[in-house]
Design a protein around this ligand. Sequence first.
Ligand code: SAH
Ligand code: SF4
Length: 359
Amino acid sequence: MNFDALLDREITRDDIISLLSISDKDARHQLYDVAYRVKTRYVENKVYFRGLIELSNICGKDCYYCGIRKSNSKVARYRMSDDEIVEEALWAYNEGYGSIVLQSGEIQGDQFTDGIEKIIRKIKTETKGELGITLSLGEQDDSTYMRWYDAGAHRYLLRIETSDPDLYSTLHPSDHDFEKRKACLYALKRIGYYVGTGIMIGLPGQTVENCADDILFFRDLDVDMIGMGPYIPHSDTPLGASCDMSGFDGSEQLEKALMMIAVTRIVLKDVNIASTTALQALNDLGREMGLKAGANIIMPNITDTRYRRGYQLYENKPCLDENASMCRGCLESRIQSIGETIGYREWGDSPHFNVRTGK
Ligand code: SAH
Ligand code: SF4
């Protein structure tokens, strides 16, 4: 396939399917190189850090793939105190991180909404408004999203998981509604958030056509950021337990994820794309590979190590015992080793968001 010709014209669904179907190793590497060139042209070869704080593993939902789903009674549940959360955010700020992500299981209700609102305000005040705040707290009603936005959070990450309603229904109990999740993404955009979404790659039953449609879904939704990573089975979940682990090939799963990153970069061009921790779970150098295939965001886990074992969405999560500064030290040298720089003290919103909102 002539990749360069592809860059000069509108990319069709058939093109995307052909790109995602490439199986030849050299051709895959050529694809990653093209995606890297597109990245350098549209978003520079600078990596932005988002310090990830996993504030609670209490979850009201029961997604079939997730290790902290409500029905997994093996998980000891925790909720960090407000002071601990603010303290970790301030640590990130003092270390030069431009922004943080507050993530947790999905909890709804006034107590949770009020608590998060207070935390956002406190972090904003104590960092003179300088630390950017991304939320990844699941589906909420519009007024909750609005209150958190007014308090100072300006980005929200909510993965659609798959853009195919039929596949979605095989991954979730019947009261987890695909249309509702999609409506949340539209609500977030309406409110003014910088919106991130994404999928899991390599799900049982997922086809290349599904993945092509996922990329078109991102394009049609006009999102600012993509956070996607390989699906990694967790044995204490219905989906993980039903997976034939002898048939689970981590290296093929990793390649599929890298191909999705590369093709998404080629199609969407000026968005931010995360090189997720799940890539590193499959290969020690997985996140660097993600950057070389077109990603430009890394989310170092800055959650206190005492909580990390409680937040295993999937098994073999890396860095469970490393404290945040060790994580940063190892990341810095890894990133420099592939010739990229780090955007300290910058929010690093995607050019796409800035153009879309006229900022
Ligand atoms: N509760 C919130 C945020 C935390 S879960 C929410 O669901 O939006 C964050 C992400 O973890 C999910 O969107 C899902 O894509 C991912 N995840 C869950 N289980 C996983 C698994 N077994 N393998 C890979 N990613 C997983
Ligand atoms: Fe809860 Fe999110 Fe896991 Fe679903 S993916 S069970 S909402 S933490």
